[in-house]
Design a protein around this ligand. Structure first.
Ligand SMILES: [Zn+2]
Length: 208
């Protein structure tokens, strides 16, 4: 889930091999974002789309962290703010479309939800294997681990929602899970925006 993945991760001074692994993880996350969003539309599952938000956030976080290595504080804080705003917009869109579905319910395709949820779990476990087995990341290792564990819980929750949809033949388990995940995502997006704005203020104070 999106609770802990939003923190700005510092990758200054990482080895080329660790950097290469990060690129693979970025590709995995960006790819799974696209797959889950598309499958969510196709299967009419809001939970899949809410789970996709986390892949979006993680791809952005790792991507921006790599891109701003060695950049000035100003560039870093602008990048953090741009990330936070795009997370907020994506989160609002999924939250809004979930609310819409409360009034215009559809029964999602449970099989697609289950299969794609399992793919998402595999992608997150692969990311852990790629980053955690590597000892170069010191403090990052712990945050990557915590983050991926929460993501895995989210993926399993999507599979449970799929079972609920299948068992009840209604869309409610999908909507409830999606609403909870989107709410968590939005609250962490707000936190990141607050943090980014605070960093900008701090930076301004140092400049004068
Ligand atoms: Zn994550």
């Amino acid at each position: 889930m999106s609770g802990c993945c939003g923190h700005e991760t510092k990758f200054d001074g990482v080895s080329p091999d660790y950097r290469r692994r990060l690129w693979i993880v970025i590709g995995l996350n960006a790819g799974m974002f696209a797959v889950e969003m598309a499958a969510g539309q196709l299967a009419k599952s809001q939970a899949l789309q809410a789970d996709a938000l986390d892949f979006f956030g993680d791809a952005l976080t790792y991507g921006i962290s790599l891109a701003v290595i060695g950049a000035s504080l100003r560039v870093r804080s602008n990048a953090a703010l741009a990330k936070a705003v795009s997370l907020l917009l994506m989160g609002l869109w999924v939250f809004g479309s979930t609310l819409w579905r409360v009034f215009y319910t559809e029964i999602p395709e449970a099989e697609i939800m289950g299969v794609v949820g399992l793919m998402a779990l595999a992608a997150n476990l692969a990311s852990v294997a790629l980053l955690v087995s590597y000892k170069d990341g010191d403090a990052n290792v712990r945050s990557v681990w915590l983050c991926s564990r929460n993501d895995a819980i989210g993926n399993v929750t999507v599979m449970l929602a799929a079972a609920g949809v299948w068992g009840t033949a209604t869309g409610w388990p999908d909507l409830i899970v999606a609403a909870i995940m989107a709410t968590l995502f939005l609250s962490s997006a707000f936190q990141i925006i607050r943090q980014a704005l605070a960093e900008r203020r701090e930076e301004g104070a140092h400049a004068h």
